[in-house]
Design a protein around this ligand. Structure first.
Ligand SMILES: Nc1ncnc2c1ncn2[C@@H]1O[C@H](COP(=O)(O)OP(=O)(O)OP(=O)(O)O)[C@@H](O)[C@H]1O
Ligand SMILES: [Mg+2]
Length: 236
């Protein structure tokens, strides 16, 4: 099981996750989950999030929606604030416990899409006795479960700093980066090749591919630019 982290919100985590699932589903049993999602639509069946639905569409093990996205919130705001508005306090143990209920034995390939960037808060108790409260961050789940990370770099101005800081934080947490993807989210980006060269030099993991800016953005199209074989293996 891999964790899909991004340099930021809108960096392309869902696009990359669904593309990797698209590729892996040709070879075995797959599942993508989005444990925490804000920005959900109210439907007769309950709250539904487009990221979770996209991952479900490319997974060939079908689970009920609540197993894929157990923590769903309507407003498209920071999840811990959305949770607080409805009287819910998330924590790292709660999210880890859910991931442990997934049928990993049946899976050849599993992905967990994060939310936002690496240090996403889960609740409002961000500090305890003057230091960061580990239970208040999604990164703790990844560290405790020792999930290898696939880092999606949203290629735009500022991405070198974001990519390097995110890599440093992941590594400082003792978490392995199994691969990274350059995702060209900005159609107007200048000197893209020079930025890609700098990223390649900075990143301490195999590059799984470079996705150009796509006029027709789909997992099938993006998958053509990714190579699953470059991914370092995951034990879980
Ligand atoms: N290479 C690309 N070319 C064109 N559009 C893209 C590309 N990558 C992502 N996008 C678009 O940018 C938006 C953000 O992408 P995506 O939803 O995958 O990001 P995310 O990191 O999962 O965001 P979130 O933090 O909300 O989960 C989407 O509308 C997606 O279609
Ligand atoms: Mg997403």
């Amino acid at each position: 099981m891999y964790f899909i982290a991004g340099t930021d919100t809108d960096s392309g985590k869902t696009l990359v996750a669904s593309s990797l699932l698209h590729l892996a589903s040709k070879q075995g049993t797959t599942l993508g989950v989005k444990p925490i999602a804000s920005g959900c639509e109210q439907t007769p069946a309950g709250l539904r999030n487009s990221d979770a639905l996209a991952l479900m569409a490319e997974s060939n093990l079908s689970l009920d929606y609540d197993s894929v996205n157990p923590f769903a919130f309507a407003p498209a705001i920071a999840p811990h604030i959305a949770a607080k508005q409805v009287g819910i306090s998330l924590n790292a143990d709660l999210v880890s416990a859910h991931l442990k209920t997934l049928p990993l034995d049946e899976l050849d390939f599993a992905l967990v899409e994060g939310a936002g960037g690496w240090r996403l808060p889960l609740n409002s108790a961000l500090r305890v006795v003057g230091q960061l409260n580990e239970q208040a961050f999604l990164s703790t789940v990844v560290r405790v479960l020792q999930l290898p990370v696939i880092l999606v770099v949203g290629v735009k101005l500022g991405c070198l700093n974001h990519a390097l800081l995110t890599q440093e934080a992941i590594q400082a947490d003792g978490v392995k980066i199994a691969g990274w993807v350059a995702n060209c989210v900005d159609p107007e980006m200048e000197v893209t090749q020079d930025n890609l060269s700098a990223l390649t030099e900075l990143m301490d993991a195999p590059c799984l591919g470079v996705i150009p800016h796509l006029s027709e953005c789909s997992s099938q199209t993006a998958a053509k630019y990714l190579d699953l074989d470059k991914l370092a293996p995951s034990k879980l």
